[in-house]
Design a protein around this ligand. Structure first.
Ligand code: KPL
Length: 320
């Protein structure tokens, strides 16, 4: 893009700048939700080149709109110029560190970072990479599907839970923009218990649906109950060792509610295995196993689920 034109697109406003890394279904959904607000939103691209891109969005009422998004190039000049105040990282958990590494040093100290992915773990590494920036974490159960590279469809409503993790706080202006534009979003002073609760759902449903090649609803069958109970019990014990007190009965009730509410769906891990993609197992059951070993605890069932999915994955990834 012509440098002057690019400069004027970026500098034509005094609105807080939010950048998104990861133009997957959730990244594009959040882009749409924020771009209708008094916030300037852009994507950070994968290449050095900046460009404008037509992005299409279909909402739950099947209405389709197309707008022009700015894709900021990953070069020092563009990234400094864009002066991002909030960077939302919407890549898969296993891509977070690699996505942030080359750009974190180019972000201003007053830029805040928000990680929004399935599973847990990358925040521990990102914490060590921070260059003065504050870090918040979040989870969303909103449903979205990529119909093509730049066309996303919202497929379901869901809640989005956000909260501070470390360093300087997110600015109140940006926080209220997130909360007023992302439907059913809430801010938690203590976000970690929320993330562990979401993790409890994922440690039970995701690997089991992938191993047994079934929809979420089929996990209500009695034959799966012991494994689900054991995986969630281990998670609650590990969380307790991390000083996060969770109510085991409440967690199991929630797992079965989600199984019922999403009965017809295939979990994200089922879909990853079905399409022979890398899964998020390392940041789901793998995280429980990793944290258990820190506290000299056993997490046998999570270890078994991790091993089964890793074996499945290695089978197809090594042939790819
Ligand atoms: O988050 C999910 C996922 O598939 O990753 C659940 C809640 C299990 C819904 O499918």
């Amino acid at each position: 893009m012509n440098a002057n034109r690019y400069y004027s697109v970026i500098k034509n406003h005094q609105l807080p700048q939010v950048s998104i890394i990861g133009a997957g279904a959730i990244g594009q959904l959040i882009y749409q939700q924020l771009s209708s607000s008094k916030t300037q939103v852009n994507f950070i691209g994968r290449t050095e080149k900046s460009q404008q891109q037509a992005v299409t969005y279909t909402n739950l009422a099947q209405q389709q709109t197309t707008c022009t998004a700015m894709i900021v190039g990953r070069n020092d000049w563009s990234l400094q110029l864009v002066n991002t105040k909030l960077l939302i990282v919407c890549v898969k958990a296993y891509q977070v560190v690699a996505a942030l590494k080359p750009i974190i040093k180019l972000l201003n100290h007053d830029c805040h970072i928000l990680l929004l992915h399935n599973g847990m773990g990358p925040h521990l590494e990102v914490n060590n990479m921070l260059n003065g920036q504050g870090l918040s974490l979040g989870t969303t159960s909103q449903g979205a599907l990529k119909k093509s590279t730049w066309h996303t469809q919202q497929t379901g409503q869901g809640v989005t839970q956000l909260g501070h993790f470390t360093g300087p706080l997110m600015s109140e202006t940006i926080k209220s923009s997130l909360l007023s534009n992302i439907p059913q979003s809430q801010w938690f002073e203590d976000i970690l218990p929320m993330l562990w609760q979401k993790l409890a759902i994922n440690v039970a449903i995701n690997p089991m649906t992938a191993i047994h090649d079934c929809r979420n609803g089929e996990l209500a069958a009695a034959q799966y109950r012991n494994t689900i109970t054991a995986a969630v019990t281990e998670l609650a014990q590990v969380a307790a060792a991390e000083s996060i007190v969770l109510d085991l009965e409440g967690l199991l009730t929630r797992v079965y509610q989600v199984i019922e509410l999403t009965a017809a769906n295939y979990s994200s891990m089922h879909q990853d295995v079905h399409h022979q993609r890398k899964t998020e197992i390392e940041s789901i059951n793998g995280f429980v196993v990793q944290m258990a070993s820190r506290h000299a605890l056993r997490a046998e069932i999570n270890q078994q689920l991790l091993a089964s999915i890793t074996t499945l994955e290695q089978g197809y990834l090594s042939n790819a």
